[in-house]
Design a protein. Structure first.
Length: 455
């Protein structure tokens, strides 16, 4: 029996003079061997038939009751989130609380979206289950990201196999085992393992892949799903730009970019990754960014004053360091912090003078770094903001004219004087940041097959 061990990210340390590291184990789970996948899929297929035959209202009752069971384990879930991926406990409780409190509303919204629509006296649209949906989720919001895909997939009458991130198996284990106290057997199953299991699952006899994760993995999944024309919904990485115009409320822009660059230690898909500020206000903007950024406290999740946790693992830590070192070598100016931090933390870092050839400009960083460039003409800022394969979120701070700038940005979600994305709107990545989307009626319907019935 193979096991997957979960480590405390705050405990990673180097041993000896080489690249070897060690960390404290939090716990472990049994992994699913790839050879066992056909058995899991056969049981998911059998369970799906009965599940799909239930009226929507009954599926909704099951799902709502299943999510109510999470109340009893909410503290344990929040602690596991903090322990496994390092975010501070307060934020972990928001993630759990949000998932539980929204569950009944989320289920009823999905139920309504998937109810038969009458187009006229002769035509109806039916939303039919697809079969088996593989949900593959990341570690940065280990509960919320799995939940966003899993709930509509289940409610649509599919059976679901969740392959959670190998960084956060314990959160997934508690989440799924708790839901399964109520759900019919095998409607929702867990496949614990690393990306090789994810790859095998995508290639297996399933009908849809609902994925949240990196752009690289998304491309691989799309290629692997192609021969079976499997349905795909993919929410991928981002490299979100923020443009700060001369007419902006500088304090509001500063508060936004610092909070958004450091949220979840920068490990958020819609983190602010690069900032283009009008050179006429750049000195004041940078000064204020440094002042605010230097107040952030880095440390372990259980210390109340901490708001930036560790990088999730040494690979992510190294990736951020490499981007900082690259910026330094190419002339970036460090206004706060440096390009050299020991495991496992990255201190709040502010770098200005970012140029298009730097990794900080064109790669997703996923660390607590504020990366600033100055612009003379707004067209230059727009062109650099759009010069990316990514297109998840984008933000403009400014007075009159900000909306016109925002309309030129190539992103799925654009915010004017506020963050990108809205609670009552779909979650959308443009360009290589996504394929399809979830949330709202249009998003929920992507987990179903439309059938046009004409009488
Ligand atoms: P990742 O792509 O490395 O892994 C995500 C999941 O996919 C894991 O469960 C992993 O085991 C699995 N996986 C990896 N390669 C696979 C493959 N080829 N086939 C099948 N499964 C595979 O991503 P991560 O490091 O866990 O998460 C961080 C990334 O997720 C960032 O790029 C971030 O921007 C993105 N993200 C996007 C959103 C969004 O809504 N757009 C939300 C959260 C995170």
């Amino acid at each position: 029996m193979a096991v997957l061990t979960s480590y405390d990210p705050a405990s990673y340390r180097k041993i000896g003079n080489g690249d070897d590291v060690e960390a404290t184990a939090i716990g472990s789970v049994e992994t699913l061997a790839i050879e066992q996948l056909p058995t899991v899929i056969a049981s998911a297929k059998a369970a799906q038939k009965d599940w799909a035959s239930l009226p929507m209202a009954e599926r909704e009752q099951y799902v709502v009751k299943a999510y109510q069971q999470l109340v009893a384990v909410q503290d344990e879930l929040a602690t596991l989130i903090s322990q496994e991926m390092g975010k501070d406990y307060r934020r972990a409780t928001y993630e759990v609380g949000g998932t539980i409190q929204n569950a009944a509303y989320f289920a009823s919204e999905i139920s309504e979206a998937l109810t038969t629509e009458k187009l006229d006296n002769h035509t109806e649209l039916h939303y039919r289950p697809l079969g088996i949906v593989a949900v593959i989720s990341p570690w940065n919001y280990p509960l919320a990201m799995a939940n966003n895909l899993l709930m509509p997939a289940l409610m649509a009458g599919n059976s679901v196999i969740l392959k959670p991130s190998e960084e956060t198996p314990l959160v997934a284990e508690l989440f799924i085992n708790t839901l399964n106290k109520v759900l019919p057997k095998n409607v929702l199953q867990l496949a614990q393992g690393d990306k090789t299991l994810g790859q095998a699952l995508v290639a297996a006899d399933i009908n849809m892949v609902a994925f949240t994760g990196s752009m690289a993995a998304g491309k691989h999944i799309m290629a692997s799903a192609a021969p079976g024309l499997k349905r795909l919904v993919m929410e991928l990485g981002g490299n979100d730009p923020v443009i700060v115009m001369a007419s902006a409320n500088i304090d509001a822009a500063v508060r936004f970019v610092v909070a958004s660059s450091f949220e979840n230690a920068g490990q958020m898909c819609t983190s602010t990754e690069r900032i283009y500020v009008d050179e006429r206000i750049a000195d004041e903007f940078e000064q204020k960014v440094v002042m605010l950024a230097s107040r952030y406290q880095v440390g372990k999740w259980d210390q109340p004053q901490v708001n930036i946790g560790p990088m999730v693992n040494p690979t992510q830590h190294l990736k951020v360091l490499q981007q900082l070192q690259d910026a330094k070598a190419k002339g970036g100016v460090f206004l706060l912090g440096s390009d050299d931090y020991p495991l496992p933390f990255i201190q709040p870092t502010v770098v200005s003078g970012i140029t298009p050839d730097m990794l900080l400009e064109h790669e997703e960083t996923f660390g607590p770094v504020v990366a600033i460039s100055r612009f003379k003409q707004i067209d230059e800022a727009i062109s650099r903001a759009n010069d990316s394969h990514y297109g998840l979120g984008a933000v403009v701070f400014g007075g009159q004219g900000a909306k016109a700038v925002a309309e030129q940005l190539e992103a799925g979600m654009v915010g004017v004087n506020q963050g990108a994305g809205a609670g009552n709107a779909p979650w959308v990545g443009a360009k290589h940041s996504g394929l399809g989307f979830h949330g709202t009626a249009a998003g929920h319907r992507q987990f179903a097959q439309v059938r046009v019935m004409s009488y």
